[in-house]
Ligand binder design. Structure first.
Ligand SMILES: Cc1cc2nc3c(=O)[nH]c(=O)nc-3n(C[C@H](O)[C@H](O)[C@H](O)COP(=O)(O)O)c2cc1C
Length: 379
């Protein structure tokens, strides 16, 4: 038994331990964004031991999916499947939170002419042309985040997480790399935070003061000109003042600009690429100091992520760095018993993820998530 077994209360959430399954896009949904049997199997298997399961990036608009079979909450017909998913997670003893997202110009191409929403037109894929959002588009997006959050609460989720990280749409508004707007949604860190704050405000208004709202944010973007920790802390403070309850701290661990052929191979275009996964040479728990800075400066409960699973990094984070919750991502794809083994102090029994990134590569190709080691996925 380790300190990871300590209970934690955040608002109405009574969390049985300090481990979190972070959002992991599986591409196991249906093409209509519905919950499938594979989704239920994946989350059931991984909710047996963690305190909180955060369901993968779920789109608030049909054209905002990360992958063709991302889950969705853009219409009411998606609620019953989500209710089944909530029940599946809660029956395992974990709390169920869902991440709400719009992928912006990182979504796969579709016939929808409004596909590729973007603050200022930076491209992320050769096959999707960004659409710079008008004020009307922004108002619609705020409304759709709110409506999706209401649907999540109707489905029974214990909380929602707004995805403001990893250079998806809200993160692109927060980042100086991608937000060059001259209206009130751009400018300094405060200006760039306007959209995120308006979404939080609207979700809070619709769901009431008690409903838990998580926000996932990049502590840093390790690309020249990317968001700094200093700016992220300013944004974190504003989010806390607006009523966010938990800050889920992640980062862009590396990224770059790349020149690619456009669709017709007539011209070249510059696209931005970034990854949330720490490179192989970074040790387990490398993001703890960044996460601790949010805890210290803002005071809200925080979630740390980054190669937890092997060794004592997770225990150290909670014991010595005052980190509230520790998320275990790829390690839980590879060995779903990782959480149980960590709670029992049997880390040596964990079947180690070898960081081959097949999980990312498979969904990147539009295929269901696969793993080199765990051939039994979705289990
Ligand atoms: C296949 C895959 C899909 C992911 N999908 C999401 C997602 O939907 N939303 C999100 O915020 N992060 C997503 N992530 C990032 C993870 O939540 C986590 O931050 C990252 O894997 C680092 O943690 P780890 O080192 O424990 O794997 C994904 C990661 C992987 C490997």
């Amino acid at each position: 038994m380790t300190i990871l077994n300590t209970k934690l209360t955040i608002k109405q959430l009574s969390i049985r331990n300090r481990l979190v399954l972070p959002p992991i896009t599986t591409n196991y949904g249906s093409s209509e964004g519905l919950v499938t049997q594979d989704i239920l199997h994946f989350y059931e298997t991984r909710s047996k031991d963690v305190g909180i399961t955060i369901v993968e990036a779920t789109s608030v608009q049909e054209s905002g999916r990360i992958v063709p079979c991302s889950l969705g909450l853009w219409n009411d017909s998606q609620i019953p499947g989500m209710t089944k998913l909530v029940e599946t997670i809660q029956q395992q003893g974990a709390l169920a939170v869902i991440q709400l997202n719009h992928a912006g110009p990182r979504c796969p191409p579709s016939k929808d002419k409004k596909q590729g929403f973007s603050p200022s037109g930076v491209a992320f894929r050769p096959d999707v042309s960004p659409v710079i959002m008008t004020t009307k588009d922004i108002e619609q997006l705020i409304n759709d985040f709110s409506k999706a959050a209401i649907r999540a609460s109707k489905a029974g989720f214990d909380g929602v997480e707004i995805h403001g990280a990893h250079l998806y749409l809200l993160s692109q508004f927060l980042s100086p790399l991608t937000n060059k707007r001259e209206d009130r949604y751009g400018g300094d860190a405060e200006g760039r935070a306007t959209l995120a704050l308006e979404i939080v405000k609207s979700v809070r208004k619709n769901l009431g003061p008690a409903y838990p709202i998580f926000f996932r944010i990049n502590a840093e973007e390790r690309i020249k000109g990317g968001q700094t920790l200093e700016d992220a802390l300013i944004i974190g403070r504003l989010l806390a003042d607006e009523g966010v309850d938990v800050l889920d701290i992640t980062l862009i661990a590396h990224g770059s600009w790349k020149e690619v052929d456009n669709n017709l191979k007539v011209t070249r275009k510059k696209i931005l690429m970034g990854s949330s996964a720490l490179p192989k040479d970074h040790p387990s728990g490398s993001n703890v100091a960044l996460t601790a800075a949010f805890k210290e400066k803002i005071g809200l409960p925080v979630i740390a992520v980054g190669k937890f699973g092997i060794g004592r990094a997770a225990v150290n984070a909670v014991e010595n760095e005052k980190i509230d919750l520790v998320a275990v991502g790829r390690q839980m794809i590879c060995d779903p018993l990782s959480a149980q083994k960590m709670l029992d102090g049997n880390d040596d029994d964990i079947i180690a993820c070898d960081e081959c990134l097949k999980c990312f590569a498979s969904i990147g190709k539009g295929a269901p998530m696969a793993c080199k080691i765990n051939k039994d996925l979705p289990f």
